[in-house]
Design a protein. Structure first.
Lengths: 482, 128, 443
């Protein structure tokens, strides 16, 4: 499809406000003005509407396709939450209004929203408090590891090592490095953290260990069975335990991370709490902490006065500072609260139960199609499988696209060869899962009979396989770099 | 398995060094470029930078992977292969020739490197 | 059960395929002593009840007061077509375009967004966006730190204080030093900034217009930075950028922005949109997602995520950033907004806003004791010195249904009498008249 710039016709303009203002040159010295107007598209409103409607139709999406992308929790996003977040009482509210003493009175509903969401998340996770400032999961991770750094610093010590199991998300080491930590890789055994590897790391680095970042259930879709031991060993050296909430959809109502000894957790509300993924964002990554990390939370926090009204507390002397400009992705948090209110505690538990049912059902039915490791264990909300011998995960993924399914996550985690990681979520029906199994069965059969036919896939989409090497070498990143 | 040319030295991190008097030319091996796939970018040091054996001195990227370059020798960079800026694919097509990375003035005798036969045996174990 | 499609028959059949009796049997790996100690969450409610709850909450807020509050975040008109198009669920229920063949809509939109941002900034290229203006500034600083291998950042005190606090927080555990150059009466100290840049400096960070609304030309500063091999980083206000001298013309290395003003509702602080553009030679230092144009097997043009080897899922602890997403839907909104307004529409908005700000200055400085804080050129936002502290005045006016601006003293001790006032097309001369009369009555 042509770009919007290629459709531009000089002189067209879809949106021009009534204004009798003089030209900029009458208001500012010439030296401060740009030489020529920006070369943005010149289009009619219909041109723009047709263009973006056309683009939207080139996408797979949860609303149109089964989207079992592992670790991403592509569940159905209830439509009413869009309405709620767009209420003018929320959408037109200037964040700085709440900082003014009279202005706070004009934002009570919004502050109450944040306070209420915090109470829900605390009960859901067993943590003491939440900050909403982090603007996505990775930003939440960064916040979490900074809180761990602040904890040790407040005790007058510098600890440089962050332990990270090899089955962790790639963002974990990146976030830890950004917070000034050196990461220590902990190998897994039988899909679990290897207790011996953990003990060896603790022996080697001892009191230089600041904490451990865990994904639980891990990226293999397995519940960590050594968790109590891990908690105990870290406690011995006063190191903290970080819970990567990317897989929270597996445990709601079944385990609370605060109860089992985690000190800090980030949630991906765009995964667990049903807010849309937006094609890559915006998300929200609220961070919850236990007692020990409470004093270090970012500023401000929402506090309730004795009369039941709400105010912002900026006076937090031990706070790490600002992780975001204000109170986080408020428009996303509102949707998460709406989702929780709709489901209630029971509904959230159901969500995790049915997520586990769908994943285990899919795993069981695929055991004779793909190479499924850990077949004798139950998986959590997702599971990993390898492409059958001689076939590539990439080819299977592309062949699924041809059959109207989004592909699972492929080549992750790195410790499983030719890995396909599927997370069906609770909102998919048995018929959809069955159809997906049939498609995979057909693909594998086709791959065995005619390997070449799979490497041709996809053939029914707007484009076929892309030349990614040329993209990286030639670097055409804008219309003008062509 | 790729044939490692004789007469040059190899490291376990898959770099090679060709000694020329008190200088050495450094590159990545055919095994390395095959594992990485189509190379899209090579990040190199500047002339005048100091390299230390077993320490990182740059990186190579392919579409889906990135790998640090580990120096096989101690020395000072005399020259870098600027042709790789526009044509990183030379590392794929001619890793021991046009795909060379840097020329170094040695500051010590290289140690712990393998000859071609030992390197090929080493690669055989790596490839499982 | 809301959003769960399983019938009782489905449930039984699926449980028997898996080989368990109850749903809870699937959680056998969580032993009894690890089960929740409490789980007192209310019962779920019907959709109508939940909507009513939020309608009540929203009604407790007062979004529609007359407002001159800006300070980096501005209420602008947003064409309904932005909501309609970005509200297409083919966009908003997709995820990061890992599978390019079924994500060409999102990928092409990112490519077009990168083009629009690059042209607005007059820079070579842009990335797919980051979380907000504050993170964009931080990520730009880190690009400079990596590229120069230096550890000093020189920042103008007239850069938005919220972003400066974020910057301080973000770098606090890294071995970096932040040198802040004092502003004088809301004017950036160009000579002081030039003097602060030396061979130890990774980057100099400025903002145009600065937090106080003052517009300047940073060409000489960036030339000085270049002479010391340091980065020139500038944060801009995208609407004013339609008319102001561009980062490219000034010789900036990296240009960033909080692009909330391009089609994003204020929404009480987020989600917002961090924009980043840079010169071609710095592309490898870019954080986050980048879309690129290429061809498919048949030679047909298409788009992919590219330069991924910089990213966390490959480089892990050595990645250029821990960012693994972008604000895709916000970027899409900004792109649609820019496409609807085009060069003419965006320029007209900027000029209208500037003219209103001049009218506000005329009316307010006619009041006894009110004067401009400085004589610097300004855009649509301007700092005024009042004869009384600004904060109580703001409070009083807020009670009258009019927020006159931001009391600067909150972030700048000693500037308690300074009010920062912004105008957009949502303001009118009549509102400004009301403001001047009310302020006049209180002085």
């Amino acid at each position: 499809m042509k770009t919007i710039f290629a459709k531009s016709v000089p002189g067209r303009c879809a949106w021009e406000i009534e204004s009798d203002a003089p030209g900029a040159a009458d208001m500012l010295p010439a030296g401060l003005l740009r030489k020529a107007p920006p070369r943005l598209p010149e289009c009619s409103e219909l041109d723009v509407v047709r263009h973006f409607t056309g683009l939207s139709r080139l996408n797979y999406s949860v609303d149109a396709n089964f989207y079992p992308l592992g670790s991403c929790t592509m569940k159905y996003n209830p439509k009413f939450t869009e309405y709620v977040a767009a209420l003018p009482g929320f959408s037109r509210l200037h964040p700085m209004l709440a900082q003014l003493s009279r202005g706070a009175a004009c934002t009570q509903g919004a502050l109450q929203c944040l306070h209420e969401t915090e109470r829900w998340l605390c009960e859901l996770t067993g943590m003491k408090a939440f900050t909403f400032q982090p603007m996505a999961g990775a930003n939440g991770e960064f916040t979490g590891v900074k809180l761990i750094a602040a904890y040790h610093k407040a005790r007058g010590r510098t600890r440089k090592k962050m332990l990270i199991p090899d089955a962790a998300h790639g963002t974990n080491p990146a976030s830890a490095a950004l917070a000034g930590f050196e990461t220590v890789n902990i190998e897994s055994r039988d899909g679990m953290v290897d207790p011996e590897a953990l003990m060896a790391a603790l022996a080697a680095h001892g009191e230089d260990v600041a904490g451990l970042m865990m994904t639980c259930p891990n990226t293999l879709g397995l519940m960590e069975v050594h968790l109590p031991r891990i908690v105990e060993e870290l406690r011995k050296v006063d190191a903290l335990l970080y819970y990567d909430g990317a897989n929270m959809n597996a445990i709601m109502g079944k385990m609370r991370v605060g109860d089992v000894g985690f000190d800090v957790v980030h949630l991906n509300v765009h995964k667990t709490l049903g807010t849309p993924h937006g094609g890559g964002g915006p998300g929200a990554g609220p961070v919850g902490v236990g007692e020990r990390l409470l004093p270090f939370l970012p500023a401000p926090r929402v506090a309730m006065r004795e009369d039941g009204s709400y105010r912002l507390e900026y006076n937090l002397p031990q706070s790490i500072g600002y992780m975001g400009p204000f109170y986080g992705s408020f428009g996303v948090v509102v949707k998460a609260l709406a989702y929780m209110l709709r489901l209630g505690g029971e509904g959230l538990t159901r969500a995790s139960e049915y997520a586990a049912l769908n994943a285990n059902y899919l795993k069981k039915r695929l055991e004779d199609v793909l190479d499924v490791p850990f077949a004798r264990r139950f998986c959590a909300h997702e599971f990993v499988a390898s492409a059958p011998e001689g076939m590539r995960a990439l080819d299977i993924a592309k062949a699924l696209l041809d059959r109207g399914f989004h592909a699972p996550t492929i080549y992750f985690p790195l410790i499983v060869k030719e890995c396909l990681m599927a997370e069906p979520t609770e909102t998919e029906s048995k018929e959809t899962l069955d159809a997906y199994v049939d498609a995979l069965r057909e693909i594998v059969a086709q791959g065995k009979a005619d390997p070449q036919s799979l490497t041709d896939a996809p053939v029914s989409l707007p484009v076929r396989r892309m030349d990614e090497t040329a993209a990286a070498r030639q670097m055409v990143l804008t219309e003008d770099m062509a | 398995m790729s044939n490692a040319p004789a007469g040059i030295l190899y490291s376990k991190s898959h770099e090679w060094a060709r000694l020329e008097g008190d200088q050495a030319v450094i590159g990545i091996t055919a095994f390395a470029q095959e594992s990485l796939g189509d190379i899209t970018y090579v990040e190199l040091p500047q002339a005048g930078d100091t390299l230390a054996a077993d320490k990182e001195f740059g990186s190579v990227e392919s579409v889906k992977a990135a790998s640090d370059l580990i120096s096989p020798v101690d020395g000072e960079v005399l020259e870098v292969n600027t042709a790789l800026e526009d044509a990183p694919e030379k590392c794929n097509s001619d890793p021991y020739g046009e795909g060379w990375l840097v020329r170094v003035k040695l500051s010590g005798k290289p140690e712990g490197l393998m000859d071609a036969a030992a390197y090929e045996a080493f690669c055989a174990t790596e490839a499982h | 059960m809301p959003y769960i499609p399983h019938t009782p028959d489905d449930l039984q059949e699926m449980l028997s395929v898996v080989g368990v009796r109850t749903l809870d049997d699937l959680f056998a790996d969580i032993p009894p002593d690890m089960r929740p100690q409490s789980f007192n969450l209310p019962k779920g409610q019907g959709e109508a009840a939940v909507c009513a709850y939020f309608e009540d909450l929203a009604a407790k807020n007062s979004p529609d007061m007359i407002s001159f509050l800006g300070a980096g975040y501005y209420a602008h008109q947003i064409p309904r077509a932005v909501d309609a198009l970005a509200g297409r669920s083919e966009f908003y229920t997709a995820y990061t375009p890992y599978q390019a063949e079924c994500s060409q809509g999102t990928l092409q939109a990112i490519f077009e967004f990168q083009t629009a941002v690059s042209r607005l900034m007059d820079m070579d290229c842009a990335n797919a966006s980051v979380y907000d203006g504050g993170t964009a500034l931080f990520e730009a600083a880190m690009m400079a730190v990596r590229a120069t291998r230096r550890r000093v950042l020189v920042v103008d005190e007239a850069v938005n204080p919220v972003w400066r606090v974020m910057l301080g927080t973000y770098i606090s555990s890294l071995d970096l030093e932040l040198k802040t150059v004092r502003q004088r009466d809301g004017v950036s100290d160009l000579a002081g900034l030039v003097a602060a840049v030396d061979d130890s400096c990774a980057a100099v960070l400025v903002q145009n217009p600065n937090f106080f609304g003052a517009v300047a030309d940073y060409t000489e500063l960036f030339a000085a930075a270049r002479a010391h091999k340091a980065f020139g980083v500038i944060s801009v206000y995208p609407v004013m950028q339609a008319v102001l001298r561009t980062p490219g013309e000034m010789g900036a290395d990296v240009a960033v922005a909080e692009a909330q003003s391009l089609g994003q509702p204020l929404s009480f602080g987020g989600p917002y949109l961090g924009v980043m553009a840079c010169r071609k030679e710095h592309i490898r230092q870019f954080p986050g997602r980048i879309a690129g144009r290429t061809t498919d097997l048949d030679g047909k043009t298409g788009y992919v995520l590219t330069l991924q080897a910089r990213e966390q899922h490959i480089r892990r602890a050595k990645a250029t950033s821990n960012i693994c997403s972008n604000q895709a839907l916000c970027a899409l909104r900004a792109l649609i907004h820019m496409s609807l307004l085009g060069p003419t529409g965006l320029t007209r908005v900027a000029e209208n806003n500037m003219a209103l700000a001049r009218y506000a200055v005329e009316r307010l400085t006619a009041l006894k004791g009110v004067e401009l804080l400085n004589d610097a050129p300004f855009g649509n936002e301007v700092a005024l010195r009042l004869p009384i502290p600004a904060e109580p005045l703001v409070d009083m006016l807020t009670s009258h249904g009019c927020v006159p601006g931001y009391p600067v003293g909150r972030y700048y001790p000693g500037m308690e009498n300074v009010l920062l006032l912004a105008c957009t097309e949502l303001n009118s001369r009549r509102q400004i008249g009301f403001l001047a009369e009310t302020v006049g009555g209180l002085l």
